[in-house]
Design a protein around this ligand. Structure first.
Ligand SMILES: Cc1cc2nc3c(=O)[nH]c(=O)nc-3n(C[C@H](O)[C@H](O)[C@H](O)COP(=O)(O)OP(=O)(O)OC[C@H]3O[C@@H](n4cnc5c(N)ncnc54)[C@H](O)[C@@H]3O)c2cc1C
Length: 511
């Protein structure tokens, strides 16, 4: 058994920011970060557009950013949370800059602010189209300087250790050696990110399997708003690949036009903001257009734009499109919507505290009330930074009292692990593919109760088969990961069945 003061599950912007702040303030306290892939593999790493922050009260205002967030959230945001997050933006931005993060500036030396869908002003700070990578690398660099932070890559959190509604840490497996260890912690922080890999097409990397939400749910935590999945309107369309390459919203902000095969800007008929309508509207419009036309994709036309400026702003997008055989200077980019972001998750208060004592959640795994029924573009990195700070401040004022693991948990949580046979691995991969296809076809952009119920039955069956297997001690982390994805799928279905009215990113047609 390992003991630590703060156990952080996940090394994206949320987990790393909290770790760095706590470690700097309390050099005598031990902070352990466990993360299932390479240390930087995360949704954070792939964020392109940037961080939405009000940096000038002359060209922009807090009130405008607040209103834009509330409009995107379709009446379901928590106003006090929205105000708190947005007003904290400038301080968190300064902190990021003090850790070495660079944001692009224009010729006059001011921030080069990007415009994105749903925003009424240019307010998105970016580092070319690699903002997440820049943030992740710069915070990681600081984390490595802290002697009291232990960062353990390729460690998978299997389950939380919870008794009598109190969290004592987590059970973890080292993916390479297959050794399991119990990490006993005074406080545990879930920073496990999103759920994209539960769907067939997602902008998220394969690590995004909703583990934190499933673990918290099994432990009895309150989970809310799982029906609000944000589908990004424009990922590069390819027949074969699953994890789709994102064409940032900022490309539309830069002036690209969304067209159907006939060259019509079909969005203008649906929303006067055209390409700059919020993501839910654009995704639903594309979905309808594709259903109507029977075509597999629509297109982003960038050919009329200033290509020198475009290439400078979006070097990764241009290079990747060219590598995929489409030069944006001459050809339209084929795009489709794909799962992108989960607005709901583990319910937390403004201190990031979940309904389980000593358990906190931060970043995409959490449901804070900021996003309501739909996230405003580039508000999520901001949310993670602000809540990491809130959790830090709150826990800095909490005494460290011994959070000794009850004997019952120590014994109960030590199953044997056996290596998986090839046959097992193939079966699991097949199951994952089936689950992803089911989620995309029946729990996608537009849902209906009949399909949701069919999906629920199938997933319940799969869950019970897998649970029986895991109870027989045939436990393997990949099995746990798929079980987590099924759990997340079931939560999305259950919450979608309960919601009766369409709003924000949620659309259900009952026929
Ligand atoms: C392509 C793309 C573009 C985006 N663009 C933007 C943007 O421009 N602006 C914006 O605000 N947001 C953007 N987002 C969303 C934003 O990047 C994420 O919401 C945010 O980075 C989430 O940070 P996080 O720290 O909560 O989670 P992540 O960065 O996803 O980190 C989660 C961590 O948890 C680890 N983990 C998961 N499960 C386990 C487990 N069982 N055991 C151990 N470790 C585990 C993962 O390995 C990872 O290290 C984008 C997302 C994507 C995918």
């Amino acid at each position: 058994m390992e003991k630590t003061n703060y156990l952080i599950l996940g090394s994206g912007v949320a987990g790393l920011t909290f770790a760095l702040k706590m470690a700097t303030r309390f050099p005598d306290r031990k902070i352990t970060i466990i993360t299932k892939g390479d240390e930087d593999e995360s949704n954070t790493k792939y964020a392109q557009g940037g961080v939405a922050v009000v940096t000038s009260e002359i060209t922009d205002s807090y009130q405008d950013h607040i209103e834009d967030t509330l409009i995107a959230g379709a009446g379901l945001c928590d106003l006090s949370v929205v105000e708190m997050v947005i007003k904290n933006g400038p301080k968190r931005l300064q902190e990021l800059i003090s850790w070495g993060a660079n944001f692009d500036k224009n010729k006059t030396g001011n921030f080069d602010l990007g415009m994105e869908g749903g925003h009424s002003a240019s307010r998105v700070l970016h580092h070319k189209d690699q903002t997440g990578f820049e943030i992740e690398q710069k915070i990681l660099k600081q984390v490595h300087r802290q002697e009291n932070i232990e960062l353990l890559p390729h460690h998978f959190a299997l389950d939380l250790l919870v008794e009598n509604n109190r969290c004592y840490g987590a059970k973890v497996i080292h993916i390479v050696s297959k050794k399991t260890t119990i990490f006993q912690a005074d406080f545990t922080i879930l920073a496990t990110g999103g759920i994209g890999n539960t769907y067939q097409h997602s902008s998220n990397p394969s690590i995004a399997t909703g583990d934190g939400i499933a673990m918290a749910f099994r432990a009895g935590a309150t989970i809310l708003d799982m029906e609000f999945i944000q589908f990004h309107p424009t990922v590069f369309y390819e027949k074969e690949s699953k994890n789709k390459f994102l064409i940032s919203e900022a490309v539309r902000g830069f002036g690209a036009h969304l067209k159907n095969k006939r060259g019509e800007r079909f969005l203008l008929k649906i929303d006067s903001r055209g390409e700059l309508a919020s993501r839910d509207i654009v995704s639903q419009a594309i979905n309808m257009e594709l259903k109507k036309s029977g075509e597999p994709c629509v297109f982003l036309d960038c050919t009329h734009l200033d290509m020198d400026k475009f290439k400078k702003h979006f070097p990764t997008i241009v290079q990747t499109c060219i590598a995929k055989g489409v030069n944006p200077a001459r050809a339209w980019i084929p795009v489709v919507p794909a799962q992108h972001y989960l607005c709901g998750g583990v319910d937390v208060d403004t201190n990031g505290q979940t309904s389980i004592q000593h358990l906190y959640a931060c970043g995409e795994v959490s449901r804070t009330g900021l996003h309501g029924a739909n996230r405003l573009a580039s508000n999520s990195l901001l949310e993670a930074l602000v809540y990491a700070d809130n959790i830090f401040k709150h826990l800095a004022s909490c005494d460290l009292k011994e959070n000794k693991l009850p004997i019952s948990l120590e014994n109960k949580n030590n199953p044997d692990f056996i290596p998986m046979t090839n046959a097992h691995q193939i079966q699991l991969q097949d199951l994952k593919t089936e689950l992803q296809a089911l989620m995309s076809s029946s729990v996608g952009i537009v849902r209906n109760d009949a399909d949701l119920k069919i999906a629920q039955n199938r997933m319940t069956e799969w869950k019970s088969i897998l649970e029986n297997t895991t109870q027989k001690h045939l436990l393997n982390w990949k099995m746990v990961e798929i079980l987590n994805q099924i759990e997340v799928g079931l939560l999305i279905v259950e919450h979608s069945l309960k919601r009766k009215e369409n709003c924000g990113g949620f659309m259900k047609l009952n026929y």
